[in-house]
Design a protein around this ligand. Structure first.
Ligand code: MN
Length: 160
């Protein structure tokens, strides 16, 4: 197709010809013993990287059962549609249950994390601005405040 319009076929939540990547590249020299702050997440960038005309990127993320994305905030917003499984999303002080086809908006500077349920992966499509600021991971203090909150204990029980 001369205009680069296309269909990317999918099967079982994988898209043909699209690399399945680690969620985030390792920071620094890779020798840090700090926990990475996320568990069992893969990423496929479906649209945007090779499309200068697009002001956005469309990605698919999948968090394995009992896994979680990084607890982070940033200026750019996220628009998300859950497409697989269920789990919870942390949005600032709130923790909301999510399941397939729920739509999530993460506003600028909202601390957020996606957490899969115990039994199956949580998969979601996420649209972001092509040009965006780097995520700022939660500080130890911010993480502790959330993980020791009554809301967190009510939903997840003890620690993370
Ligand atoms: Mn984010």
């Amino acid at each position: 197709m001369t205009d680069r319009s296309k269909v990317i076929p999918s099967r079982d939540f994988r898209w043909q010809g699209i690399d399945v990547r680690r969620y985030k590249e390792q920071d620094g020299d890779g020798t840090s013993t700090e926990p990475a702050g996320f568990l069992g997440v893969i990423r496929q960038t479906l649209l945007g990287q090779e499309h200068e005309e697009l002001g956005l990127e469309l990605r698919y993320f999948e968090v394995e059962a009992a896994g979680y994305s990084s607890l982070e905030k940033h200026r750019h917003p996220h628009t998300v549609v859950i497409v697989r499984g269920d789990g919870h999303v942390i949005l600032g002080q709130e923790i909301q249950p999510v399941a397939a086809f729920d739509c999530v908006y993460v506003a600028p500077w909202t601390m957020h994390q996606f957490r899969a349920g115990r039994d199956e992966p949580l998969g979601f499509l996420c649209v972001v601005d092509r040009d965006r600021d780097r995520p700022q991971p939660a500080t130890a203090e911010e993480r502790r405040a959330i993980e020791e909150s009554e809301e967190f204990r009510r939903v997840f029980g003890g620690g993370s």
